[in-house]
Design a binder for this molecule. Structure first.
Ligand SMILES: NC(=O)c1ccc[n+]([C@@H]2O[C@H](COP(=O)([O-])OP(=O)(O)OC[C@H]3O[C@@H](n4cnc5c(N)ncnc54)[C@H](OP(=O)(O)O)[C@@H]3O)[C@@H](O)[C@H]2O)c1
Length: 264
């Protein structure tokens, strides 16, 4: 099942989580168009199978929850044994839901969002770091969000998870540099995917998913450390970061809010 396959040296190998939908599905398609060998993770096997069936490249699919550290370790071992260490690992899986930061009923959802959006990324990277250190190369990509720049009312869990993720990726980037491993943080603004489909508020500078992902791939190719996409949101993000708290509090209280919804 996991026999080693002979692969030409210059064939790109990419491992992507959250590949069953939205950004991850577009990443898989666009890397497949480049002839890359793929490892795809998501919970919905039927969607992963459908995506795989449309591809003309070697593609392994793994129906795993990213909170399952052992499951990800097993998937990584299987991929590495069959194809060797990947060149790029993209931790993209994530969930978003409205939450209230001061409500007890939201605690389970808070924990779950942080488990998926933060620990899911850590679980994804850890199994590959040893292999990357051995070959003294490799890229680790984390998909954060502009929502991680300041605390958003009504989206405390998501905002917290992405803020923690941005800092985790920054620590990792500095630690990995001596080993020749590059870490890229991509913080998207709004992108048309199932995640934003039900938002009933204006989403400024929203991008088509394939357009956004082709920009992500360019940022990955140029080994950027941190990038906000699109560029207009980079300006917004930079201003958000600089605002004093009293100005941010005033502006954010009337801002758009995701519908409050608990997740299991
Ligand atoms: N769309 C935006 O505007 C936007 C903006 C900023 C950041 N982002 C970030 O971009 C990433 C992708 O989001 P998207 O917009 O493409 O949303 P999406 O279409 O809802 O896709 C989310 C993906 O993550 C997977 N996923 C969710 N929970 C998982 C879990 N516990 N274990 C394994 N896989 C899981 C889903 O697959 P299964 O359900 O099959 O598991 C799906 O493939 C997320 O991290 C999100 O926070 C999106």
């Amino acid at each position: 099942m996991s026999e080693k396959i002979a692969i030409k040296n210059n064939v790109l190998k990419v491992f992507i989580t959250g590949a069953s939908s939205g950004i991850g599905e577009s990443l898989a398609r666009q890397y497949a168009n480049q002839g890359a060998i793929l490892g795809l993770v998501g919970r919905r096997l039927e969607l992963l199978s459908k995506i795989k069936s449309k591809m003309n490249v070697p593609c392994e699919i793994y129906a795993i929850d990213v909170t399952d550290q052992k499951g990800l370790q097993k998937a990584a071992n299987h991929f590495i044994k069959k194809y060797g260490a990947p060149d790029i690992v993209i931790a993209n899986a994530g969930v978003s839901t409205g939450t209230l930061a001061g409500e007890k009923e939201d605690l389970h959802t808070f924990k779950r969002v942080i488990e998926i959006n933060l620990y899911g990324v850590i679980h994804t990277f850890l199994p590959f770091i040893e292999a990357f250190k051995k070959k003294r190369s490799g890229q680790l990509i984390g998909i954060a969000s502009v929502a991680g720049i300041r605390g958003l009312p009504g989206s405390g869990a998501y905002s917290t998870s992405k803020a923690a993720l941005i800092n985790y990726l920054e620590s990792l980037r500095i630690e990995m540099k001596p080993f020749g491993i590059h870490v890229t943080t991509i913080a998207p603004g709004y992108i048309h995917t199932p995640m934003t489909k039900h938002n009933r508020y204006t989403m400024p500078f929203i991008l088509d998913v394939d357009v956004a992902v082709s920009r992500f791939i360019k940022a990955i190719e140029s080994k950027k450390g941190f990038v906000i996409i699109p560029w207009q949101m980079n300006i917004v993000g930079t201003i958000m970061k600089l605002l004093p708290s009293f100005v941010w509090d005033f502006l954010a209280k009337g801002g758009p809010k995701k519908i409050r919804k608990m997740i299991q």
